[in-house]
Design a protein. Structure first.
Length: 222
C-alpha cells in the first residue's frame, strides 16, 4: 500500500466505456488519486494489477471473464491491493460471492460518483465501502446463520466436518441451484462443484444431493 500522503493508484475495470470514463473523471478530479490503468475485462484486470501494482482495484462484477474471478486472482497475487466491486447488482448472491472472493467494498453504480473518492480513500484507511442497506444484510446473514450451523455439525457422519467451501455449496443446494449456477456463483469449475457435492454426500452419509439439502433444511435449529 502506498503511503497515504502519496496519490493512491487505482485500477478501473469495466466493460462499459461510459462508466469507465465517468469513474475515471471522478477520481482524476481528486488529487488523492492517480488512475494507473483502465481495462475492459477480467483477464486485463489481473494483468494490470500485477503490472501496475495499484492500491485499489475497482472491478465490475459482470464484465467479460467475471469480475469475481478477477477478484479471486488479484487477491491471491496482489494481497496488498484493496478490491472494491462496482456493480448494478444489489442481490445477496452477488454481494456474498464478492466478499468471499476477497472484496473490501461493494458499491452500486447508482451511487453519486462524487462520493466515490471518499469511499475509496476510506477503504485504504481500513474502512468498509458499502451502502448501509447492504451492511445491514451482511450483519443479518452473520448473526442469523452462524449459530444455526453448530448443532448440525455435531450430527455429521463419523464426526467429519464440512469445509467452508462445502458449506457454501450445501447452502446453494438448499436453494435448488444447479451445478452450473453454483459454479458461477462460487467461481469454480463444474467438475470442482461435483467433487464438493460428492464429498458432502459422503460426509453426511446420505443418498444424494437432494437428501443432503433436505437434511440441512431439517437441522434441529433450522
Amino acid at each position: 500500500m502506498s503511503d497515504m500522503t502519496e496519490s493512491l493508484r487505482v485500477l478501473i475495470a469495466d466493460d462499459h466505456a461510459p462508466t469507465r470514463d465517468d469513474v475515471r473523471r471522478a477520481l482524476e478530479g481528486d488529487e488523492r488519486f492517480e488512475v494507473c490503468a483502465v481495462v475492459a475485462d477480467a483477464v486485463e484486470a489481473v494483468q494490470a494489477a500485477v503490472r501496475e501494482r495499484p492500491d485499489v482495484c475497482l472491478l465490475d462484477i459482470r464484465m467479460p471473464g467475471s469480475g469475481l474471478a478477477a477478484a479471486w486472482e488479484i487477491a491471491a497475487r496482489r494481497p496488498q491491493a484493496k478490491i472494491v466491486m462496482l456493480t448494478v447488482s444489489d442481490d445477496d448472491t452477488a454481494l456474498f460471492a464478492a466478499l468471499r472472493a476477497g472484496a473490501h467494498g461493494y458499491l452500486l453504480k447508482t451511487m453519486d460518483l462524487r462520493r466515490l473518492p471518499s469511499a475509496l480513500h476510506g477503504v485504504c484507511s481500513g474502512e468498509a465501502a458499502m451502502p448501509r442497506a447492504l451492511v445491514a444484510r451482511v450483519l443479518e446473514r452473520f448473526h442469523g446463520r452462524e449459530p444455526r450451523r453448530r448443532p448440525f455439525v455435531a450430527n455429521e457422519a463419523a464426526g467429519q466436518r464440512l469445509t467452508s467451501r462445502e458449506w457454501e455449496v450445501l447452502e446453494l443446494l438448499t436453494r435448488e441451484r444447479s451445478t452450473a449456477e453454483i459454479a458461477e456463483t462460487l467461481v469454480l469449475s463444474a467438475s470442482a462443484v461435483r467433487a464438493h457435492i460428492t464429498s458432502i454426500v459422503r460426509k453426511l452419509d446420505v443418498a444424494d444431493r437432494a437428501a443432503a439439502a433436505e437434511l440441512f433444511r431439517r437441522r434441529p435449529d433450522g
